[in-house]
Design a protein around this ligand. Structure first.
Ligand code: SAM
Length: 206
């Protein structure tokens, strides 16, 4: 029986999609993903569902069609790092899933700035509140997924307010795209940083 494929599509550019993922996507009967993935990857003869806030309907579809259709769900970055996979696993037995990894935006950013991420707290403030601040002092770096509410500037302000012993903040915007920009700032410099671009940050003393 074909399992439901959940594919990590990397940070953005198609150059960072794994060959095995391309094979699964090309062979699929049904693609499920955000509009940009459906526009870019759905070919003639393939069905598609655009993901927005329709998660319950998507789960119903998966329950009704798994086994009889080859289904590929396309998610950004790594499929096992703050992605739709968690929601799907709450509703579909993991034994029915084939989860294919992708390059996470944070993994990519660590490579771009030349810092290894062994002793790193990896977390997310994307659409959520996490109280990891004091605990972060046990680590050399923090990698954080951001959103409009938790911008790099607000994160820098929080680190200064809490007097946490980290010097630099790296901001990776539009990672892997042609307009990618990576900046290294002190916390104080970051207080004036403004952006509307999708971004992730690394906090470090390096
Ligand atoms: C829902 S989370 C998904 C994370 C994803 N699973 C991963 O491994 O990167 C979305 C967040 O990932 C980060 N992100 C995703 N793509 C990005 C990109 N191309 N450039 C910068 N940050 C990105 C941003 O912080 C964004 O708010």
């Amino acid at each position: 029986m074909d399992k439901i494929n959940i594919i990590g599509m990397g940070p953005g550019s198609s150059k960072y999609v794994l060959p095995v993922s391309r094979e699964i996507i090309e062979a699929a009967d049904m693609l499920i993903g955000s509009k940009r993935y459906i526009d870019d990857y759905c070919s003639d003869g393939q069905k598609s569902i655009v993901l927005d806030s329709n998660y319950p309907q998507v789960v119903e579809y998966l329950k009704g069609n798994m086994g009889s259709e080859r289904i590929a769900i396309l998610v950004s970055g790594d499929s096992s790092f703050y992605s739709l996979t968690t929601y799907i696993k709450k509703n579909i037995d993991v034994g029915n899933l084939n989860i294919v990894p992708g390059i996470s935006s944070l993994q990519y950013l660590f490579s771009r700035i030349g810092i290894s991420y062994e002793r790193t707290l990896l977390t997310s403030l994307h659409g959520r509140e996490e109280d990891f601040w004091e605990r972060s002092l046990e680590f050399d770096n923090i990698g954080i997924l951001t959103d409009k509410k938790w911008s790099p500037e607000r994160i820098a302000k929080e680190i200064i307010r809490r007097k946490l012993d980290f010097k630099y903040i790296y901001v990776g915007e539009n990672l892997t795209y042609e307009n990618e920009k990576v900046s290294r700032m002190t916390m104080e410099e970051c207080l004036d940083f403004e952006t509307d671009n999708i971004n992730a940050v690394v906090i470090s003393n390096d």
